[in-house]
Design a protein. Structure first.
Length: 115
């Protein structure tokens, strides 16, 4: 998988990323094309295609990703709130097939800002 999946390659340190949070099972790094003042991606280190597949295969890991989202928000100073998005599939605008939570914040976000 790491040969073909961009985010597996980031986990393997084969592709550089600006890591802001890491646990044994999760990694968080800055989005290369930020859509908000703070835009961090939180992923499980293991490969799962999307959030539903992740939750089905490993619900504990899904919980760890969500806990990491909270840690990132705290560390990034998003006390006034933020948005968490899991784009899923073609109609959802998912471009990378390794589940990732977008954590967007640092400004009041418009109602339709979704990616
Ligand atoms: P999605 O469209 O939900 O699959 O989101 C993929 C996200 O990955 C986009 O917001 C991209 O800007 C971001 N992205 C793509 N390549 C990289 C990279 N090498 N490092 C960090 N973020 C990336
Ligand atoms: Zn992957």
């Amino acid at each position: 998988v790491s040969d073909t999946c961009l985010f597996c390659r980031i986990v393997a340190k084969e592709v550089p990323a600006t890591v802001v949070h890491e646990t044994g099972t999760t990694l968080a790094f800055r989005d290369i094309g930020p859509k908000a003042p703070v835009h961090v991606l939180v992923i499980p280190k293991g490969h799962h295609a999307n959030v539903a597949d992740l939750a089905g295969a490993d619900p504990a890991l899904a919980g760890e990703v969500l806990a990491a989202v909270g840690e990132v928000a705290r560390a990034e100073g998003l006390a006034d709130g933020y948005r968490v998005i899991f784009n899923t599939g073609p109609h959802g605008g998912q471009e990378v097939g390794h589940v990732h939570a977008h954590v967007l914040g640092g400004a009041s976000l418009g109602p339709m800002l979704c990616r």
